[in-house]
Design a protein around this ligand. Structure first.
Ligand SMILES: [Zn+2]
Ligand SMILES: [Zn+2]
Length: 417
């Protein structure tokens, strides 16, 4: 028997409903903020990710799904959304096309990670990127947008962790301090030893060694005046909007492209130190990938992780029950009118839904021929039908049908025409 590959999962039932609802809610929020959707391919040239995410990162070193196509092109399944969106932004010159450069995406991402609760090798992410705006208002809007989606999902126990990683002027000072600091620590793990010269920031989120790191130099002490200013303004804007956050010196994020603002949103509902949403500013990435010098900021959230948090706060119970209308037929002779009636409901022929005073968003089921009326009622109950419409011989001969309310058991006779 075949099974879904390790780390992947089939989405069905509640989870499928949850994802649909999350998609619907976040699209509304994205649109209210004037973000437009961009869909990019699920695979790209592998070099795009190596270049943008950075060579000495977990994603590039250990987690990418790499393959060659039949012409020997080196491709990768996308491990995240930003690089692809930046590529599309440059390729189609969105900076020339659109007066405001705000975009969102929703789609599947792929990472070869150890599977754990809410973490899969194929997972859904949605995110937003705000290009061409170097001002702190863009950082604040992105953070508020992410928080807005989570609050619409009723996820209340969230903490926003905020930090600044500085710019190409001040980050090298921090980097040097880190190299000196880490060089003084004995028995670092192999990953840390290897990354010390290439990417000392990565050591800060080493799961093996992090307990050894005390009194680590902080980026905040090294920020240049411009970066300090920017960071202060972002905070003032968040405070002004009534948004709570904590400044977290240890927050460095697992990707190389971030500059200045970085943030993570964590939820006590899913426990641990893991973020359900993360993002930050990346002022050099567009240029580094061959575009103009365009400052940008964005975020992404993992749908499965977010739903795991939402589940704990009763999100799934709040998904509205569907209005299923069940068509029952008491006599085999009536299958044609019953079937026709069901189809008329589905297509809302001659506004039949309004005429019968049914809710707009109905789902229609039936008729079933080979079942007794009793077992049709049982089935209607199991499906959770709100109303059953019954085609009976006597009533039908008088041009009428019965509508039965499944919760009150009340029956009303109505004219078919
Ligand atoms: Zn700076
Ligand atoms: Zn380590």
């Amino acid at each position: 028997m075949y099974k879904a590959p390790r780390g992947t999962h089939d989405i069905y039932g509640q989870m499928a409903l949850g994802l649909e609802k999350l998609d619907e809610i976040s699209r509304k929020v994205f649109k209210r903020h004037n973000f437009k959707e961009v869909k990019t391919p699920i695979f790209e040239e592998a070099a795009l990710f190596t270049r943008s995410i950075g060579e000495a990162t977990d994603i590039v070193e250990k987690e990418m799904y790499l393959f060659e196509d039949r012409k020997g092109r080196k491709l990768a399944l996308r491990p995240e959304g930003t690089a692809s969106l930046v590529r599309a932004y440059i390729e189609h010159r969105f900076d020339m096309e659109d007066p405001v450069n705000k975009y969102f995406y929703c789609g599947d991402m792929f990472r070869y990670e150890r599977p754990q609760a809410g973490r899969y090798r194929q997972f859904t992410q949605m995110g937003a990127e705000y290009f061409n705006n170097p001002n702190p208002t863009a950082d604040a809007e992105i953070i508020l947008l992410a928080a807005d989606i989570l609050s619409q999902l009723n996820i209340k126990e969230i903490t926003i962790h905020l930090n600044s990683l500085g710019c190409s002027n001040c980050r090298p000072i921090f980097r040097q301090k880190l190299v000196e600091y880490f060089s003084s620590i004995n028995d670092l793990c192999e990953d840390c030893k290897r990354r010390l010269e290439k990417n000392p920031l990565r050591l800060l989120d080493c799961k093996i060694d992090s307990s050894k790191f005390t009194n680590v130099p902080s980026m905040r002490q090294c920020l240049c005046d411009d970066c300090k200013n920017h960071f202060e303004q972002v905070q003032a804007l968040l405070k002004g909007a009534g948004c709570n956050y904590v400044v977290d010196d240890k927050l460095v994020r697992g990707l190389d492209y971030y500059t200045r603002t970085v943030f993570e949103i964590r939820s006590s509902a899913v426990g641990s130190q893991d973020a359900i949403c993360a993002g930050g500013r990346y002022d050099n990435l567009v240029k580094e990938l061959g575009g103009q010098n365009i400052a940008s900021v964005g975020f992404a959230l993992g749908s499965e992780r977010v739903l795991l948090a939402a589940e704990k706060t009763g999100f799934f119970d709040s998904i509205k029950k569907d209005n299923v209308i069940f068509i029952a037929v008491a006599d085999e002779e009536l299958v044609i009118p019953a079937f026709t009636f069901a189809n008329n409901l589905i297509t809302n022929k001659d506004n039949i839904i309004e005429k019968l005073n049914l809710p707009k968003d109905i789902i229609v089921e039936g008729p079933f021929l080979n079942k007794s009326l009793k077992s049709q009622f049982k089935l209607a109950d199991k499906i959770g039908a709100s109303k059953t419409i019954i085609f009976g011989k006597t009533e039908y001969d008088q041009g009428k049908i019965l509508i039965k309310d499944m919760s009150t058991q009340e029956q009303v006779l109505i004219n078919l025409h």
